[in-house]
Design a protein around this ligand. Structure first.
Ligand code: FE2
Ligand code: FE2
Length: 214
């Protein structure tokens, strides 16, 4: 078999392995300790705990989507000058996924059952955008990260005031995602027009609505 065919099979197996890890209950370990570390666990009422878990489940689904988006992009986009930088962002997404999963466990809850569907959709979009051009691909990453920032800001308002552990995770994620968005634009990403961003808001609302519940 030629080296090229072998490397394609290699890429496929690595991609499949990453997908399974992103979707499994025990995701890859985080490189950085959770921002929740050292924060006291709050005494939450059943309703408040269920609400916090719903919000963290939405964030966890968002991170599954981020994994898929970056993996799709890595497979098809050229990313000549910025591959390392995008890989660094993707590594930070692994931290986010692990932190959200840990927090969900602490809240006696679980990730969304819809994650495989969100993964498949995001991977297809990420790979499709990468096939079109790096400008579109990086623009799509930037627009998605902006969308995630909006969610995280809303969640900081909606999370129970005393749930310092969830809030610490969300605050650090917000800082990271804002940086990811800026860097994708600086790397040459297309700044999508408002109607496209509005369409993305609708899709993300569907994700928020369903992952909060299922
Ligand atoms: Fe993230
Ligand atoms: Fe991000």
């Amino acid at each position: 078999m030629s080296d090229r065919a072998l490397s394609s099979i290699d890429q496929l197996i690595t991609g499949f392995d990453r997908a399974l890890r992103s979707l499994s209950r025990r995701t890859q370990p985080a490189a950085r300790p959770s921002p929740a570390q050292g924060k006291p666990e709050a005494e939450l009422s059943d309703d408040a705990q269920r609400h916090a878990a719903g919000l963290m489940r939405v964030n966890h689904s968002g991170e599954v989507c981020a994994q898929a988006l970056y993996q799709g992009q890595a497979l098809t986009a050229k990313l000549t000058d910025v591959r390392e930088e995008m890989e660094h962002a993707a590594d930070e997404e692994i931290d986010h996924l692990a932190w959200c999963e840990q927090r969900l466990n602490e809240l006696n809850s679980r990730p969304s059952l819809l994650n495989p569907a969100w993964y498949a959709l995001s991977f297809s979009i990420g790979a499709g955008a990468g096939l079109l051009s790096d400008r579109i691909s990086l623009g799509f990453v930037a627009a998605t990260e902006e969308q995630v920032c909006k969610h995280l800001r809303a969640h900081l308002k909606a999370l129970p005031e005393q749930d310092l552990r969830s809030r610490a995770v969300v605050s650090t994620m917000l800082e990271d995602e804002a940086r990811h968005a800026d860097r994708a634009l600086e790397a040459g990403g297309h700044d999508f027009p408002a109607p496209v961003k509005a369409g993305m808001t609708l899709i993300s609302r569907a994700m928020t609505f369903s992952s909060y519940r299922i």
